[in-house]
Design a protein around this ligand. Structure first.
Ligand SMILES: Nc1ncnc2c1ncn2[C@@H]1O[C@H](COP(=O)(O)OP(=O)(O)OP(=O)(O)O)[C@@H](O)[C@H]1O
Length: 338
């Protein structure tokens, strides 16, 4: 649905040339929530702004639903952009207009008749959970409510794609989660493709299907969120994954410290395995003792993952059989102490 082909963006200034985006190619599927993560200056904003040509690429192409955007006239591009909604970190609302008027604004520009605008705004206000706030001004709203207005406005022209430029970075963790839940709900209900950029792995973990990791203008890692969390390859990706799993190392250290006999196993659960009663099966099927030392299971968008540290005592051959059983059940097992 969105094909980004070998895209480059260079900014020229008197002092130096900066390559903000350096030969990036991505293929974003219809209906998916695609995240781009990177530290400040990695080129995320420039990349997302090239998807709707707010920023013109120096090289390369953006193809949206089969149309190469660079071939469009100004008028055609304006029309195409109506099908690409965008929300921003600082909301970009019109401060002198009410909630309803902000939402109706893009419809006004698109030439939609007044009665239809009113009707559509009403539906959108309900969709984003702002009933009763329609006549308030942005200054009277909380950060989360302002972003809800931003989302409703971005959806006004029934876009196929929603671009989110650090949409939750100005919000506290609880409000962030409520906005992420709303985006997930909209993606599910409307089948909308969402592309978001962020520097927070929590955002990726909570709602994305796939993620691209950017560093110095390049995509250095790309994959399903589940795989990236399970097996990050690049150092930078490992750092991002640690943002949300950093307690794991502390867990393993303290789990090892308290054990003086038997085996200590680190069991990593992913997807289906995280939902199965594998530990109780272990106790029932094998002649071993299992003592849970520590653990944590976290939720991804559509799956769970987690790490459990267990102490196992028993005959060595039986423990090895138990380990094999865990592996067959889809659990990754590492022997930390034996
Ligand atoms: N209009 C511009 N003119 C010159 N340089 C720019 C311009 N926009 C971005 N850059 C430079 O391009 C590089 C990438 O910037 P970009 O804003 O895309 O990164 P980012 O990953 O979104 O970072 P942040 O999260 O801080 O916004 C940076 O070095 C930045 O200074």
């Amino acid at each position: 649905m969105i094909e980004i082909q070998n895209i480059v963006k260079r900014f020229k200034s008197k002092k130096q040339d900066i390559t903000a985006v350096d030969h990036v190619s991505l293929s974003i599927k219809k209906g998916e929530i695609f995240g781009v993560i990177g530290y400040s200056g990695a080129g995320k904003s420039t990349l997302i702004r090239m998807i709707n040509l707010l920023e013109a690429p120096t090289e390369g192409k953006v193809i949206l639903d089969g149309t190469d955007l660079s071939t469009l006239s100004t008028r055609q591009l304006r029309q195409k952009r109506q099908k690409i909604g965008m929300i921003f970190q600082h909301f970009n609302l019109l401060w002198s207009r009410t909630v309803k008027e902000n939402i109706m604004f893009p419809l006004e520009i698109a030439g939609v008749p007044k009665a239809q605008r009113e009707q559509r705004a009403k539906e959108l206000i309900n969709l984003v959970g702002l009933d009763g706030k329609e006549d308030q001004y942005p200054s009277q709203l909380s950060g989360g409510q302002k972003q809800r207005v931003g989302i409703a406005r971005a959806l006004a022209n029934e876009p196929h794609v929603l671009l989110c430029d650090e949409a939750t970075s100005a919000l506290d963790p609880k409000t962030t989660d409520s906005i992420l839940d709303l985006l997930k709900e909209i993606n599910r209900r409307l089948g909308l493709t969402i592309v978001l950029i962020t520097h927070e792995m929590h955002v990726i973990r909570k709602i994305c299907d796939r993620v691209a990791v950017m560093e110095a203008g390049r995509v250095v890692e790309l994959g399903d969120v589940t795989d990236i969390f399970h097996h990050p390859q690049q150092e930078i990706t490992k750092q991002f994954v640690k943002q949300v799993t950093e307690s794991d190392e502390a867990l393993s250290a303290s789990a090892e410290r308290h054990v003086h006999n038997g085996w200590v196993l680190e069991c990593r659960f992913m997807g289906e395995a995280a939902g199965k009663p594998v530990i109780s099966q272990l106790i029932r099927q094998f002649e071993i003792e299992v003592n849970i030392l520590q653990g944590k299971i976290s939720r991804l968008k559509d799956a769970s993952y987690g790490t459990l540290y267990i102490q196992v005592t028993g005959d060595e051959a039986e423990v090895n059989r138990a380990i094999d059983h865990l592996k067959v059940q889809g659990v990754e097992v590492e022997v930390l102490l034996s």
